[in-house]
Design a protein around this ligand. Structure first.
Ligand SMILES: NC(=O)c1ccc[n+]([C@@H]2O[C@H](COP(=O)([O-])OP(=O)(O)OC[C@H]3O[C@@H](n4cnc5c(N)ncnc54)[C@H](O)[C@@H]3O)[C@@H](O)[C@H]2O)c1
Length: 333
């Protein structure tokens, strides 16, 4: 049984606490938040669980094995560092830290102390992303051509980070998980309209072997859209995360080009075959992920969404920021 202290009970924290409560392998030992209103909500929802407004109480407690850091990004580094220094494993929200230098320091500290860092890249534990990874690993899609994602809605405006740091980590972590090669360069454009941080942004990421990814993130969209297109040489798929059934549709469509007789003659043939919707697991992603966190601690496994995975995402975020500042200049990674 892994005893967890959860710091941060705002918007996302209650989901972490609820899922930890639902697992046999974990117990929520204490919930901490600086806000009295958040603590009152926690006490109402979980009357049997201890609460505190002082993170040090959890970070120093001998009755706690792991700390879940569910606070705003700028607080991640300090809280995670203290947790690791006190011998606690860390489950930490995305994006991992505010800078890649902070992430590198935490990774080194965790390795020295033989502790686990798991970065909450929740989407990797959804049935949809697991199915997409299976389809790419089995070669069903063939060589990948592109990943194109639309992740837009109205808000939720964050105070400390731009829409890129808020929403793009989802796609960047998914790309890292399924494309499985290091990106080469990034071009990003975006604009600030309301509170001094970008609220609309477009990222293009270049991978080896002509694989290209595009992400559109937007807090100023009148409608919520979560649609990703993934094109491969053999098959193409559309993932609509907002529908209950047939979240993923795989199309047997493609294009083949052969040279004709003359130099300028191209023979283009289009293939339009069947469409099918593979079965997608419906379990709650956080349930699967937190169970995996406990399993990694108990069985001394290195999670695939470890500090290094969090760092790879941070490097892409930092490159995107540099590119935006230079109005879309190509930034090599
Ligand atoms: N994985 C996901 O899909 C997902 C979804 C939403 C948010 N998040 C991440 O979760 C984190 C929190 O986001 P949120 O939307 O819940 O933010 P939020 O502002 O709603 O909640 C954060 C809470 O942390 C508390 N807090 C801040 N600093 C603290 C400290 N030093 N000690 C104790 N409590 C402190 C605040 O009082 C607040 O209640 C962010 O990193 C965000 O990116 C992840």
């Amino acid at each position: 049984m892994i005893r967890v202290g959860v710091i941060g009970y705002g918007y996302w924290g209650p989901n972490i606490v609820r899922n930890l409560h639902g697992l046999d392998s974990t117990r929520v030992e204490m919930i901490c938040d600086k806000s009295p209103a958040a603590l009152a909500r926690a006490r109402k929802a979980h009357p049997g669980t201890r609460t505190s407004n002082d993170p040090a109480e959890l970070l120093c407690s001998p009755e706690i094995d792991a700390i879940a850091v569910i606070t705003p990004v700028w607080t991640h580094y300090e809280l995670a560092k203290k947790a690791l220094e006190n011998g606690k494993h860390v489950f930490i929200e995305k994006p991992f830290t505010s800078t890649s230098a902070q992430a590198e320091e935490l990774i080194e500290l965790a390795a020295r102390k033989k502790l686990i860092i798991m970065v909450d890249h929740t989407f990797l534990f959804t049935g949809a992303v697991q199915k997409i990874r299976e389809l790419t690993e089995k070669g069903t899609l063939g060589d990948l051509y592109y990943y194109d994602s639309l992740r837009v809605n109205l808000g939720l405006f964050q105070h400390d980070v731009s829409v890129i740091w808020d929403l793009a980590p989802h796609d960047l972590s998914i790309m890292d998980h399924i494309i499985k090669s290091e990106p080469e360069a990034i071009v990003a454009t975006g604009e600030k309209h309301l509170n001094g941080v970008e609220d609309v942004a477009f990222l293009t990421v270049y991978f080896p072997r002509n694989v290209i990814a595009h992400i559109n993130v937007n807090w100023l969209s009148p409608v919520k859209i979560r649609t990703t297109l993934i094109g491969g040489q053999k098959k193409m798929l559309v993932w609509n995360d907002l529908v209950a059934d047939e979240k993923i549709r795989v199309y047997d469509k493609g294009v083949q080009i052969a040279s004709g007789e003359g130099i300028r003659e191209l023979l283009v043939s289009y293939r339009t075959g069947d469409m099918w919707a593979p079965q997608v697991e419906q379990l709650e992603a956080l349930h699967v992920e937190l169970n995996y966190f406990a399993d990694c601690i108990m069985n001394n496994k290195v999670p695939f969404n470890d500090g290094h995975a969090g760092l790879r995402v941070l490097r892409m975020l930092e490159a995107a920021e540099t590119s935006i500042r230079k109005r879309g200049e190509l930034v090599r990674l």
